[in-house]
Design a protein. Structure first.
Length: 306
């Protein structure tokens, strides 16, 4: 299989006078995807330090660092995937694929965003810088080759979410439990595997995401089930303990309920043909929003008022 390269001479169907507009640059770095970087706050929130001004400030800097890092990744991906994106019914409208942003401009934007992310991460300490640089390196490998390798395709994307959670911990010097990291890993794996299952149910095999041809639908469903079970059990083990002890906190224990509802609801959306855009489903589905609000309320009470 031949893999795409970072060519800066790709076909550019748009006239020169419509290229490089500010809105096109904004679309290049995909602001609709930025909310996922709020996962950076998960560790300091669970660690009970978001009532401290210094921790809040460092958490926000870490969020901005990952936002810039992910913007860099999106810009590189658009260059690498430009040829395949032109064959997709919606992705063909992406700035590079449509020719509204030149590949060289996209790569320059990516370099600037990566530099900004490193500066911001470094401001919170060397540990966060290492996490962000690891994310950038892993994402570069994913864009150039790993996205075409079955299993690694899913695991690498899930690892990106775990690194976000880890960045929040390093930025605020919060010690996270093994259960917290397992929740991050299995939760991310669940979302990514469900997204692949949703994509496989459509016409994407052999077009923009060729690795889907290597995934039998039954296998993807199996991974979704394993990840859901792992996420629920790991979360229950975290929620039924108080800061690593066996002390029972009713609000935290009660948060297992809405957490389970959210997992099952998202699985139902995937089974019914949704799930291809998790960020959209998580922000628009009423049941998911209500479950998320209930979960956040119970965790907040358990951690900060328990």
């Amino acid at each position: 299989m031949a893999f795409p390269t970072l060519s800066t001479t790709a076909a550019d169907p748009a006239p020169a006078h419509v290229r490089g507009r500010p809105m096109d640059l904004l679309r290049l770095i995909r602001p609709m995807q930025w909310p996922k970087n709020l996962l950076v706050i998960a560790a300091p929130a669970a660690g009970g330090v978001l009532d401290q001004g210094g921790s809040v400030a460092r958490s926000l800097v870490a969020v901005l660092a990952f936002t810039a890092a992910s913007a860099s990744v999106y810009a590189v991906n658009d260059v690498v995937d430009a040829t395949a994106d032109r064959e997709h019914p919606t992705k063909r409208m992406r700035p590079v694929a449509s020719g509204r942003i030149a590949p060289r401009t996209a790569l320059t934007t990516a370099a600037l965003a990566a530099t900004l992310s490193a500066v911001l991460a470094g401001a919170t300490g060397w540990a966060t810088l290492v996490v962000v640089l690891t994310y950038l390196a892993l994402s570069a490998g994913y864009a150039l080759k790993l996205k075409h390798v079955a299993v690694l395709d899913i695991v690498v994307v899930a690892t990106g979410f775990v690194l976000r959670a880890l960045a929040g911990a390093t930025a605020t010097e919060v010690t996270v439990s093994s259960w917290f990291l397992l929740v991050s890993l299995f939760g991310a794996l669940y979302l990514v595997a469900a997204k692949r299952a949703a994509e496989a149910a459509r016409e994407l095999i052999g077009t923009t995401r060729t690795v889907l041809a290597q995934y039998p639908r039954e296998w993807l469903n199996q991974v979704v089930g394993v990840a859901l079970t792992g996420a629920l059990l790991a979360y229950a083990m975290w929620a039924f303990q108080d800061v690593g002890t066996d002390v029972f906190v009713p609000a935290l224990a009660g948060s297992v309920g809405p957490f389970l509802v959210a997992l099952l609801r998202y699985g139902l959306l995937v089974a019914n043909g949704g799930g291809e855009a998790p960020e959209r489903d998580l922000m628009t589905d009423r049941t998911l929003l209500l479950a998320g609000a209930a979960w956040a309320t119970l965790v907040g009470v358990g951690v900060y008022a328990g």
